[in-house]
Write a protein that binds this ligand. Structure first.
Ligand code: PSU
Ligand code: MN
Length: 305
C-alpha cells in the first residue's frame, strides 16, 4: 500500500538494502528558505558534499502528489523555480498528496517520510522551534513534536535564529530530544556560532558520537537526536547585529499581519535583505557543512553496526 505513494530512486533503494549510508535532505529550504537561483546551487552542493563521502543523498519532496525519496533534476527545478509550492509539514501532508500538489517538505515531514523508508541520517540548516511571543500566538513548529516521535539523527546548526532559543532549548529537553554538540560546548545559534545554552554532551569524534547513537538503539530510545554543528566561524554573524535585524523584521511582519507558516520564510527573507545577504551566506555555508558532517557520521555508523 505504502509503495503506491512512495517513489524511491533505484540508487537509494539499493543503498537502503545494502547498508550503504544514506543522508536525507529537506526541500522547504529550496522552495521557501533560500532565493532562486542560490537555492538550486545549495541543493546541488549539499548533494555533492554527501557523495564526496561515499554516501547517497536523498532529497525528499512531493511532486504532483507523489512522495519522492530522491528528487530528479527536473523535480528539483520545479521546487526551486516556482513560487506557489506548498510548504508541507505533518498536518497537511496527506492533503498535498490527495490534491496532487507540488510540495516542499519541512524538517517534520522529511524525517517522518525518511524514517518510513529506513533512512537514519538527515541534514539541514536549522530546525523549527518555539517562536518569540508564543505565549500569545501558540506558534510552535511541529518539527519539535515530530523529532520526539521519529528516530532520526539530525545534523543541524541549532534552531533558526528567529526563534525563542531559550524556550526551544527547554522544549527539546522536555520532549526527550538529546542536544548533542559535535566539537562544541554550546548550542549554535544558526547564523551565529554559539548561544549560551550548554549542549547535553560534546562529542569530539565521529567514533565516540556514533557509539552513543548505537547505545541509544540498544536501549530502544525512539526520539531523534540533534547533532549540532556550528556555522563555519568566518561566516558567523554577530549576535547584536542579528538581534537588530530580527526586531525590525518582526515589526514589519506584524504590520503586514504575516503569521503562521508564512512567518518563517518572511523573516528569513527580510533579514537577508537587511544584512546585505550576510545571513544568506552564513545559511549556505552551514547547510553544506552540515551535509558533509552528516555523511561522515553515516559512514562511521554503517562501519560500526
Ligand atoms: N531553516 C532554514 N530555512 C527554512 C527552514 C529551516 O534556514 O526554510 C524550514 C524548515 O523546513 C523547517 C521549517 O522545518 O522551516 C519550520 O517551519 P515552521 O516554523 O512553519 O514549522
Ligand atoms: Mn509555525
Amino acid at each position: 500500500m505504502l509503495n503506491l505513494n512512495f517513489d524511491i530512486t533505484d540508487e537509494i533503494q539499493y543503498a537502503l538494502n545494502n547498508n550503504v549510508p544514506v543522508v536525507a535532505l529537506e526541500s522547504t529550504l529550496i522552495s521557501h528558505g533560500l532565493p532562486f537561483p542560490k537555492n538550486i546551487e545549495v541543493a546541488k552542493e549539499s548533494i555533492e558534499a554527501i557523495r564526496s563521502n561515499n554516501s547517497v543523498p536523498a532529497t525528499i519532496g512531493i511532486i504532483n502528489g507523489r512522495i519522492k525519496i530522491g528528487l530528479s533534476k527536473d523535480d528539483m527545478n520545479i521546487l526551486a523555480e516556482n513560487t506557489n509550492i506548498d510548504k508541507v509539514s505533518i498536518h497537511n501532508l496527506a492533503i498535498s498528496l490527495s490534491n496532487k500538489t507540488n510540495g516542499a517538505t519541512t524538517v517534520a515531514s522529511t524525517i517522518y517520510l525518511a524514517s518510513k523508508v529506513g533512512i537514519k541520517f538527515f541534514s539541514t540548516g536549522g530546525i523549527g522551534g518555539v517562536h518569540i511571543d508564543s505565549e500569545n500566538t501558540f506558534d510552535v513548529s511541529s518539527d519539535l513534536n515530530q523529532l520526539s516521535k521519529t528516530t532520526m539523527y539530525v545534523i543541524c546548526s541549532g534552531a533558526k535564529s528567529i526563534l525563542d532559543i531559550n524556550k526551544t532549548y527547554e522544549k527539546l529537553e522536555t520532549l526527550g530530544i538529546s542536544r548533542i554538540g559535535f566539537n562544541t560546548d554550546y548550542m549554535p545559534g544558526f547564523w551565529y556560532y554559539q548561544t549560551d545554552k550548554k549542549v547535553d554532551y560534546n562529542y569530539k569524534s565521529t567514533d565516540e558520537l556514533t557509539k552513543f547513537l548505537i547505545i541509544r538503539e540498544i536501549i530502544k530510545q525512539k526520539s531523534s537526536v540533534l547533532i549540532f554543528n556550528p556555522v563555519p566561524k568566518e561566516k558567523s554573524i554577530e549576535k547584536n547585529l542579528m538581534d537588530n535585524w530580527l526586531k525590525q523584521s518582526i515589526k514589519t511582519a506584524n504590520e503586514k499581519s504575516i503569521n503562521g507558516k508564512e512567518l518563517t520564510p518572511y523573516l528569513i527573507k527580510e533579514i537577508n535583505k537587511l544584512s546585505n545577504n550576510k545571513t544568506l551566506e552564513a545559511n549556505i555555508a552551514l547547510i553544506v557543512n552540515n551535509a558533509l558532517l552528516a555523511s561522515k557520521l553515516a559512514n562511521k555508523y554503517f562501519k560500526l553496526i
